[in-house]
Ligand binder design. Structure first.
Ligand SMILES: [Zn+2]
Length: 484
């Protein structure tokens, strides 16, 4: 991997040698000069160090990262914009079951299968005790159409097609099964197996059948064949309070009117944590985006002239668990959403070794045609020598896959910027800081900083376009601005 990194670095140098020889800041002026590869490397090597244990939500490593980001915002001189200094605190709970608290027995064809610890998981709080009960296997469609064949039985269904689908099934089911067993061999919907977050604002579905995820392949196969019975015993988990924190800093705008409007620059600082004893450092995903936010904040705050609009810098928790931190911000905006003119969200801005081929001196944007935000980036890129490009498939496909979605849903033009969508160590244990191309990352960060400032200085604000895929965001924007 070192050789590969060297080759990439060499390619970067060759491609950018001309521009670098003339202007070390890539034509981005004093703002660009304040953004340096060494500074980026320094921040990134800490945030993705083993000490932070992969920054799982929630974890001590995540808290250390939050404190570090707050310290950098403080150093830059940003105004604290949270409820607790720079922290916007979500007071949630974390539920955890002990080994042996969940026991499942499958009887099929005279054989008894005791599902071992880790072979099943459940995210409910009430205790459950179920004597041997006949199981019936159904597709999702059949289960939703079923008028009562599953009544009093254990309903076995395949893995949920999308996260959150289990709750929908619970609500829409016409039958009354004693238990829903969801076959989830690949652990697609249970991140840790033994712990889960509880959002006190989410209503609990009362009287809905409990859902247990089944990971054990042999038990799943026996149940899919039919004619099995299931017995279950589930003890209540231990529940403790947790504080989850977005880190929010403000650079106050200079224009008497426009300073009451906001441009957001965001990135998620959480990652996957420790799995099977291995630390998943998440250097590119998304310590890189977080560090680009820190660096941009420091560079813009050090400029003599303040941008006209205010700029909000946010590091978000819980993206990897389903955009939780940004959804939280959307429900509890620190600054009015209707006065928020755009959100640039950064993901994977460090590595150039895209699975589809190297991406040097270039940056791509999701929902490319959905708004005119691309205009600001293209213009900034002309100054820094960074090409803005549209990925033919991923542009639309990845739009909903990161935190920009949360504000887009509320009507704010929001996009995710990335250098490489796919890379070899994506969500792997080897996404480490030594594989980042820091020279390239500095150029991309300069581009982001310039674009952000251009948006902040423009008296007209970014707007959604009329492309069909952006229709619902355009509508949300109309609602947000009073139907206009
Ligand atoms: Zn990410």
């Amino acid at each position: 991997m070192r050789q590969l990194a060297l080759a990439t670095a060499l390619a970067t140098t060759l491609l950018s040698a001309g521009a670098l020889a003339q202007a070390p800041q890539d034509g981005a002026g004093s703002l660009g000069a304040r953004i340096s590869p060494d500074s980026l490397r320094g921040h990134l090597s800490y945030l993705s160090s083993d000490l932070l244990e992969g920054r799982a939500t929630p974890s001590r490593g995540l808290d250390l990262a939050a404190e570090y980001i707050a310290a950098q915002f403080r150093r830059a001189g940003l105004e604290p914009a949270g409820d607790d200094g720079y922290f916007q605190t979500a007071n949630w709970q974390y539920a955890q079951r002990q080994p042996g608290d969940l026991a499942l027995t499958v009887n099929a064809g005279g054989a008894t299968l005791n599902v071992p610890h880790g072979g099943a998981s459940a995210g409910f709080l009430d205790p459950l005790s179920l004597a041997a009960t006949p199981a019936v296997f159904m597709s999702w469609k059949a289960a939703l159409e079923d008028g009562g064949a599953a009544n009093g039985k254990v309903l076995v269904v395949p893995a949920a097609p999308v996260p959150g689908a289990a709750a929908t099934l619970q609500k829409q089911l016409k039958s009354k099964p004693a238990l829903i067993l969801m076959v989830d061999r690949e652990r697609r919907h249970s991140r840790s197996g033994d712990g889960w977050l509880i959002d006190p604002e989410q209503p609990v579905v009362k009287g809905a059948p409990p859902v247990v995820l089944l990971h054990a392949a042999d038990a799943a196969a026996a149940l899919e064949k039919g004619g099995a019975t299931v017995a279950a015993s589930v003890k209540p988990p231990q529940v403790r309070p947790v504080k989850l924190r977005n880190v929010v800093g403000l650079l106050r705008g200079s224009d008497p009117q426009l300073k009451n409007t906001y441009v957001l620059l965001s990135a998620h600082y959480d990652h996957l944590g420790i799995r099977d004893g291995e630390i998943y450092n998440g250097a590119n995903d998304d310590a890189s985006g977080t560090v680009a936010v820190i660096e941009t904040a420091a560079a813009l705050a050090a400029e003599k002239e303040r941008p006209k609009r205010s700029i909000v810098f946010i590091a978000l928790w819980g993206e990897e668990l389903g955009l939780l931190g940004s959804r939280y911000y959307g429900r509890h905006p620190v600054f009015p959403v209707k006065d928020t003119v755009a959100n640039l969200n950064l993901e994977q801005v460090g590595r150039t070794d895209d699975s589809e081929g190297p991406q040097v001196a270039s940056v791509t944007m999701t929902g490319f045609d959905y708004s005119n935000v691309s205009d600001y980036l293209r213009k900034a890129g002309e100054q820094t020598g960074v090409r803005l490009w549209k990925h033919p498939k991923n542009s639309d496909m990845y739009f909903a896959r990161s935190d920009n979605q949360s504000l887009a849903d509320l009507g704010v033009p929001s996009h995710t910027l990335a250098v490489a969508f796919g890379f070899g160590d994506y969500h792997g244990k080897d996404d480490t800081w030594d594989k980042i191309d820091y020279d390239n990352m500095a150029r991309v960060t300069r581009t982001v900083a310039l674009a952000l400032r251009n948006i902040a200085n423009d008296s007209s604000k970014p707007a959604w376009t009329s492309v069909p895929n952006a229709a619902k965001y355009l509508e949300a924007s109309r609602q947000l601005h009073g139907g206009k």
